[in-house]
Design a protein around this ligand. Structure first.
Ligand code: NOJ
Ligand code: CA
Length: 541
């Protein structure tokens, strides 16, 4: 075995593979209640296998009053009846593994539901043994909240409990009280919940909002946000420096990591919305390891311009320490869909970009069809964020609509009334139709995932040159003797860029393949290509 193949074999599944995010409420309903469930996901595993993804990450499925659609957990070691049972979960896990895929669960450590028995106990009295499992403070001298901390979802981050005359802290909804991670019993109980799922065989966790786990112990006010401008949402009035990204958080995450590392081959992904230089601190240090993959969301807010994106890649790569494995995310259940952000004519280009960057890609369900945000009429809004802070475009329902499987009235998602409306363009944007087409966003995504699997240069290779040439972003991926060149045209005009002669086109958003590129590569509007440039013209002569 030569060095090259040994490295490919040694790479871990979460480094090589493609992760696919499922929002369980919206993937497949099996019992006609209009809400997706685990039995539904099992029905669609063959599709995911066909698509070629390596791992599935499920947004939360634990019992929940659904104030934040599962991100308010009332029992960490069970499954909500809406989604099924623990037996259904075990079945899903077995069937996922049988198809050589991995299953990653969402774990929500920052807060419970207000309906969690721990919080019921905690709020029962000031002397309850679980009082300090949550964060309680006396009112300020005027009787108001203890300080100026605001909730991510609007309004103060404090809610008064009239019975005990204290405020409890919640970084998100009042229905999501924050756990006190400084308390050793909280740590022990939550770490125990991780063991519960690891013993059942889950392959890892995506940890929700880890930058929020610890607050500043002094509880002093946040400073004003220097970037705040009038017209911005009031939630951004103050910088959240006292509320999040505190140094002690890394001890808590190291605890998670110690547990996952005590099982074989598991992964820990951290959700962190922070500037890149802060995101990379969530890899931890050799003595205090953090998550394997702190999610890099920086493509989501990025300007869709070659020069900006070249700088972004360089900045990220420059911040990574030896041993840190990169990752990229284009969309998720919290942010506008990529096809809506960059325009539908660039949806394939965005997919090519995600799947050829160095690092683990996470694909959001439905993006393989080019789904766009689905407008939700005000009377159908479900998302608590939109309800609490309307008018700023925070609503997340448009990106959580049911997966369209076919062109029938309910798109094969449900036999009942779906909990959110379907995309109106489901005649074209559905799995069955796009699967039957010779070229479609779905076919393109699948081919590209297969190419990535065939070419270690794409999944594991280093970067060669990364540069913007006007509207074109060009980068090389190197592995052993292979050099692949990726070229992306971000403009609406046809452009040309020089490449060494005699190269074979491996993939193109424009449906070209196996062409020989001679000296000047032509890129049509919003076209992206992968070209094998391993042999330069000189070498071929
Ligand atoms: C981040 C999750 O992705 C989001 O959906 C949720 O509302 C918040 N964390 C609170 O748990
Ligand atoms: Ca259902």
């Amino acid at each position: 075995m030569n060095d090259m193949s040994r490295t490919a074999v040694d790479a871990l599944w979460w480094q090589r593979g493609v992760i696919y995010q499922i929002y369980p409420r919206s993937f497949q309903d099996s019992n006609g209640d209009g809400i997706g469930d685990l039995a539904g996901i099992i029905q669609r595993l063959d599709y995911l296998r066909w698509l070629g993804v390596d791992a599935i990450w499920l947004s939360p499925i634990n019992p929940s009053p659904m104030a934040d659609f599962g991100y308010d957990v009332s029992d960490y070691t069970d499954v909500d009846p809406i989604f099924g049972s623990l037996a259904d979960f075990d079945h899903l896990l077995t069937e996922t593994h049988r198809r050589d895929m991995k299953l990653i669960m969402d774990f929500v450590p920052n807060h419970t539901s207000e309906q969690h028995p721990w919080f019921h106990e905690s709020r029962a009295s000031r002397t309850n043994p679980k009082r300090d499992w949550f964060i309680w403070r006396d009112p300020a001298s005027d009787g108001g909240p203890p300080n100026n901390w605001l909730s991510e979802f609007g309004g103060p981050a404090w809610t008064k409990d009239e019975a005990t005359s204290q405020y409890y802290y919640h970084a998100y909804l009042p229905q999501q009280p924050d756990l006190n991670w400084r308390h050793p019993d909280v740590r022990a109980a939550m770490y125990e919940a991780l063991h519960f799922w690891l013993k059942r065989g889950v392959d890892g966790f995506r940890l929700d909002t880890i930058q929020h786990l610890i607050e500043d112990e002094s509880f002093t006010d946040n400073p004003p946000n220097p970037d705040f401008r009038s017209g911005m949402p009031p939630t951004l009035t103050f910088a959240r420096t006292r509320q999040m990204d505190r140094p002690e958080v890394h001890d808590v995450i190291a605890g998670f990591r110690r547990i996952t590392d005590s099982y074989d081959d598991r992964v820990l992904i951290g959700e962190v919305y922070l500037p890149l230089e802060r995101v990379v601190t969530y890899y931890g240090t050799p003595g205090r390891p953090g998550s394997h993959l702190p999610f890099n969301f920086h493509l989501i807010g990025a300007a869709w311009k070659a020069s900006f994106l070249a700088d972004l890649i360089a900045q990220y790569e420059g911040l990574l320490q030896p041993g840190n494995w990169p990752n990229w995310v284009l969309g998720n259940h919290d942010r506008s869909r990529v096809a809506s952000r960059v325009g539908r004519e660039s949806a394939a280009l965005a997919t090519l970009f995600l799947l050829t960057l160095r690092g683990t890609p996470t694909l959001y369900y439905g993006d393989e069809l080019g789904l766009e945000d689905v407008p939700i009429p005000p009377e159908l809004v479900q998302d608590p964020w939109e309800r609490r802070v309307p008018g700023f475009g925070f609503g997340r329902d448009p990106v959580r609509t049911p997966m369209p499987w076919d062109s029938t009235e309910r798109a094969g998602f449900t036999s009942g009334a779906s909990w959110l409306p379907l995309n109106v363009d489901r005649d074209e944007k559905n799995v069955e139709t796009q699967r039957a087409m010779a070229t479609s966003q779905l076919r393109f995504t699948r081919d590209l995932i297969a190419l990535r699997r065939r070419c270690p240069a794409l999944s594991l290779g280093d970067y060669g040159a990364v540069e913007s040439r006007g509207d074109i972003l060009v980068y090389e991926r190197l592995y052993g003797g292979t050099r692949l060149t990726v070229a992306l045209n971000f403009s609406a005009t046809t452009v040309y860029t020089p490449l060494p002669t005699g190269n074979v086109l491996l993939s193109s958003t424009g449906g070209r393949s196996s062409e020989i590129v001679t000296k000047l590569l032509c890129l049509r509007p919003f076209e992206g290509v992968v070209v094998d440039t391993s042999l330069t013209s000189e070498e071929q002569d």
